[in-house]
Design a protein around this ligand. Structure first.
Ligand SMILES: [Zn+2]
Length: 132
């Protein structure tokens, strides 16, 4: 007997959409080093004229990048609001460090969703906290 649930079609479409974004983004050229170089060329009007050759993969990425980053940031903020610790109550031998559980999924804090978020953004957070 097959006890596996058939996959929810909405979940499957969401997964396909996210995989499409992931693949499209991986195909685009990274701009980190070039942006650093161009930053020093910004003129007195606050612009830098750019002549560049863009591959079709870069154009496809750039066409949706702003909206996709906004969507990911909004989603992440919503998840952060949903998954936060609360005192689980009950008796503990260490009253200074009460057992905390996620108020949304009820896993012991830090919950798997919050851990996934910190693992995904951990590198960026470390870079922000490094002294200049
Ligand atoms: Zn949670």
């Amino acid at each position: 007997m097959n006890t596996e649930e058939p996959e929810d079609p909405q979940r499957r479409r969401l997964r396909e959409h996210l995989e499409t974004i992931l693949i499209r983004t991986e195909k685009a050229a990274p701009w980190h080093d070039e942006a650093g170089r161009l930053r020093s060329l910004v003129n007195h009007e606050g612009f830098v004229p750019v002549r560049t050759r863009l591959a079709i993969e870069d154009l496809e990425f750039l066409a949706g990048a702003r909206q996709e980053v906004l969507t990911f940031a909004e989603l992440t903020l919503r998840l952060l609001d949903l998954h936060q610790p609360r005192d689980a109550g009950g008796i503990t031998s260490d009253s200074a460090h009460p057992i905390l559980r996620c108020r949304s999924c009820m896993w012991r804090w830090p919950c798997p969703t919050f851990r996934a978020m910190t693992e995904s953004f951990g590198g960026a957070l470390d870079a922000l906290s490094e002294p200049a």
